[in-house]
Design a protein around this ligand. Structure first.
Ligand code: MG
Ligand code: MG
Length: 256
């Protein structure tokens, strides 16, 4: 199903998007050397509940996970890239942390992910990876203008990641969203331009480029959720929820 939001629903989506952005930025500022991932999860829970929002994760039980997820945020560290289940781990200097958060408020979902380095050190490989996913995300957003097809967005994301030298895994990518977290259309992180669904005003999309430094292969942890690079290399992930408008894409999860 592809959902097209009404102007009222779109106003709600802006509110949800602002909340997701605010929670992610607050958590980012609290993630220091020694911060425990379980505390990050508790802080996320508190902020979601206090805002009158609902977690899209805590009861989430898709076919690929060992659900329900049971936590409020995905915390993926270093070689973990997607669906990182929070666990008893204290962050170390130089850790590459990805936080992925989706909540529903007023019946509309927003979904966003940020990657950043904990502490003072700035490993060059990690800096480059984060930058590549952020640039790919911006390229995808720029490609989502009037008349664009999903393939144009996929191509913009994929060619940016390839130009930066990263292999691309297309098992997980972006997606439509609205009253629920995952809807059609699927937005692959690679593909030929000019194909697929033509975007329309009122469509919400979550674009989410992610990369692993030297492999396209994932492994799943014993927790049934956390996805890691098969080689143990570092990884990064950037995601925004955007709304298609009459004159381009509006980012709903930008920090203010
Ligand atoms: Mg997400
Ligand atoms: Mg998503």
């Amino acid at each position: 199903m592809i959902e097209i939001l009404t102007p009222t629903q779109l106003a709600g989506a802006r509110e949800t998007g602002a909340l997701v952005a605010e929670i992610l930025q607050t958590l980012r500022s609290r993630c220091r050397v020694g911060t425990n991932l379980l505390d990050v999860d508790r802080w996320a829970e508190r902020m979601i509940v206090e805002a009158g929002a609902v977690s899209c994760y805590v009861h989430y039980a898709p076919s690929f996970g060992r659900g329900p997820f049971g936590h409020y945020i995905c915390t993926s560290v270093n070689d973990a890239v997607l669906h990182g289940l929070p666990y008893d781990y204290a962050l170390a200097d130089g850790d590459l942390l990805s936080l992925d958060l989706a909540v529903s408020k007023g019946g509309v979902v927003a979904d966003s992910a940020i990657s950043f380095i904990v502490g003072e050190s700035r490993p060059q490989e990690s800096v480059a990876m984060i930058s590549a996913t952020e640039r790919a995300l911006q390229a995808g957003i720029a490609a989502a203008g009037p008349g664009a097809r999903i393939g144009d967005i996929s191509h913009a994301i994929g060619s940016t990641l390839s130009a930066a030298g990263y292999p691309i895994n297309v098992q997980f990518g972006g997606h439509g969203l609205g009253s629920t977290m995952h809807q059609d259309p699927h937005v692959s992180n690679s593909g030929p331009p000019g194909r697929g669904y033509k975007v329309r005003p009122g469509l919400l999309l979550a674009l989410e480029p992610w990369v692993m430094a030297d492999t396209a292969e994932l492994t799943t942890d014993a927790d049934g959720w956390t996805l890691r690079s098969a080689t143990g290399c570092r990884t990064a992930h950037s995601e925004h929820t955007i709304a298609i408008t009459g004159d381009g894409a509006e980012i709903l999860t930008s920090p203010r």
